[in-house]
Design a protein around this ligand. Structure first.
Ligand SMILES: [Zn+2]
Length: 360
């Protein structure tokens, strides 16, 4: 535990990372649709499936114009500044393959909602620079604001890959420089500063975590020991590191809340509000650890000032389940198209809860 940080007693959850968790995951968010409703959505999907524009002179011009208007000249920060001012949340979805990205961007275009597509380092390591370039082209030529973010870059190898690509011109809009595993805040700062300097020089903005989230997700390391974010230390931390986005720990955790009796009561919404007010208009607040949240908590966190909402399994699991089932009986392109539509449906549910429909 770092000196001065508030500790919170927690118990080890064991390895709960990955999609095969026990217990309720989705609750009312995943209410079943009637057959006719599903057919209607599918009909609409085929009508609008061409709305994603990978490159057109019109959308490129629109992107350039949007850049010129941006106060921060950065896709992620611009999206988050508008969300904070407008009192809505932005879906920041972890994507594992290109079809999931297509689904998230189609959803953003269909519902006129800004979104952030984010990768874990393991996916960047798998696809490398060409895959990142593809995502950047897709995101930045969409008809609505879409940025591309790297989540939880925690070690030198992961950071070198991402920052090295940025220095060669293949740039994430933003990168989470995550040294929250450090033993002390001082060590966290010292690890983060050189990477943040290189990111800033390359035109990439950064997110940092102060405090420590316990738990793990597929593709992330397992972390033990919750440390709540101290507001006074957060001010110094952001000032010294020069980071742009804060991921605080307010009792949120990665992976399952089931062994802890659910997420309700684990999150200190008062602390979240204190931090949001403290950094309002300066540093956007990002919520991590959103698996299994009951429906009312999304609105609570947005009311408390969160603008960037990281989501993983809510969209990943229905997408993968549908794709795996579909591939058993359908031709591959049809199975992928249908699974992409599942991503869009799941995004819509979250967009409604986040209040971001029509905000792009
Ligand atoms: Zn996270």
């Amino acid at each position: 535990m770092s000196p001065g940080s508030t500790s919170k007693t927690t118990q080890s959850a064991g390895n709960v990372a990955g999609p095969n968790r026990a217990g309720p995951r989705r609750g009312p968010l995943h209410s079943s649709m009637g057959d006719e409703a599903i057919k209607q959505v599918k009909r609409q999907a085929f009508k609008t499936s061409s709305t994603i524009r990978l490159s057109s002179s019109t959308s490129l011009a629109a992107t350039k114009s949007a850049n010129a208007m941006s106060t921060k000249n950065n896709h992620t920060l611009d999206i988050l500044a508008k969300a904070e001012a407008g009192g809505y949340g932005v879906l920041s979805q972890v994507c594992y393959d290109w079809a999931e990205v297509v689904g998230v961007i189609r959803a953003a275009e269909r519902f006129k909602a800004p979104v952030i597509v984010q990768l874990f380092p393991v996916t960047l390591q798998y696809g490398g620079g060409p895959f990142l370039q593809l995502l950047l082209d897709m995101a930045h030529n969409a008809s609505v604001p879409v940025s591309v973010h790297l989540d939880h870059a925690t070690n030198d190898e992961q950071l070198e890959l991402a920052v090295g690509l940025a220095e060669k011109g293949i740039k994430f809009d933003s990168i989470m420089v995550d040294a929250s595993h450090a033993d002390t805040d001082e060590e966290n700062i010292n690890i983060a500063i050189p990477w943040i300097k290189r990111c800033n020089a390359a035109g990439v903005r950064t997110e940092v975590e102060l405090g420590r989230l316990e738990g793990g997700e597929a593709g992330l390391r397992q972390v033990e020991g919750t440390i709540l974010t101290d507001p006074a230390k957060a001010e110094e931390f952001l000032k010294r590191t020069g980071a742009d986005i804060l991921a605080p720990c307010v009792g949120n955790r990665h992976g399952s809340y089931v062994p802890f009796g659910g997420a309700d009561g684990q999150w200190d919404m008062q602390l979240l509000e204190t931090l949001s007010k403290q950094f309002k208009g300066r540093i956007p607040i990002c919520a991590h650890g959103t698996d299994e949240l009951p429906e009312h908590m999304w609105g609570q966190m947005i009311k408390a000032g969160v603008s960037k909402i990281n989501v993983n399994s809510w969209i990943r699991d229905p997408y993968i389940e549908n794709l795996c089932e579909g591939l058993k009986t359908k031709p591959m392109p049809e199975a992928i198209e249908d699974a992409t539509e599942v991503v869009i449906n799941e995004c819509e549910k979250l967009f409604k809860l986040f209040g971001c429909i029509g905000k792009a």
